[in-house]
Design a protein around this ligand. Structure first.
Ligand code: GSH
Length: 213
């Protein structure tokens, strides 16, 4: 991709931005990332940002003159345009199930974990910047429910952590790495042996070592 330009708009701490970066890393692409567009700062939720994403979210991909929103759409696009190092199964049924899990992760599982649990640790809103443990407690049932579902899916051995590192892996590992790095989250993860093994395996993947460790 000699004269091509590939830029990911969004803050580097965002798990969804990290997903797109992992895809670029896996494919060995040259890319830039951050809250800039064409070298100019564009603040999160600024008028300019809100004009670009219909729901005012990140990431947004800029590939030459083409712009694309929504993490899963971006990852599929990158996998199609840069097909070396494929990140989706070839078999039609396996691919359909992979698509299903990408939708489930992006639409159902990741956001509740961020909004109800992780954001309280990342940006504590209690007195003197303390984590509000009552809010954390409230979020725990949903956290445990989500982790149980992921652990059960891992037990089937069909979806995540297969012979190729997939878009589904790139979607879930940033959020699991955040949880794993948080003493409170790591404690919960101890009950889920398949998830623990999966996290250990994924965090040894070179792109994850570079971005998530
Ligand atoms: N549906 C979006 C979700 C992305 C998302 O929620 N990103 C967060 C940052 S991690 C965001 O932009 N939050 C701002 C907001 O919810 O208004 C996608 O899959 O790309």
């Amino acid at each position: 991709m000699n004269n091509e330009s590939l830029h990911i708009y969004g803050p580097l701490f965002s798990p969804f931005v990290k997903t797109v970066i992992l895809v670029c890393e896996e494919k060995g692409l040259n890319y830039t990332a951050g809250l800039t567009i064409k070298g100019e700062e564009v603040p999160f939720k600024s008028e300019q940002h809100l004009k670009l994403h219909p729901a005012g979210k990140v990431p947004i991909l800029f590939h030459n003159d083409f712009m694309l929103c929504e993490t899963v759409a971006i990852c599929r696009y990158l996998d199609q345009v840069f097909p070396h190092t494929p990140m989706q199964p070839e078999d039609i049924y396996e691919r359909a199930l992979h698509d299903q899990w990408c939708s489930l992760l992006a639409g159902e599982f990741i956001l509740p974990l961020i909004h109800n649990y992780l954001l309280e640790f990342a940006f504590p809103k209690g007195e003197n910047g303390q984590v509000r443990m009552d809010k954390v407690k409230e979020a725990e049932p949903l956290l445990l429910n989500t982790l149980t579902k992921l652990n059960n899916e891992l037990e089937t051995g069909k979806t995540f952590g297969q012979s190729i590192f997939t878009i589904a892996d790139a979607l879930i590992i940033p959020i699991l790495a955040y949880l794993h790095g948080l003493p409170h989250g790591a404690e919960h993860l101890k009950q889920f042996s398949y998830l623990q093994d999966y996290i250990t395996k994924m965090l040894n993947q070179p792109s994850c070592v570079k971005l998530l460790k």
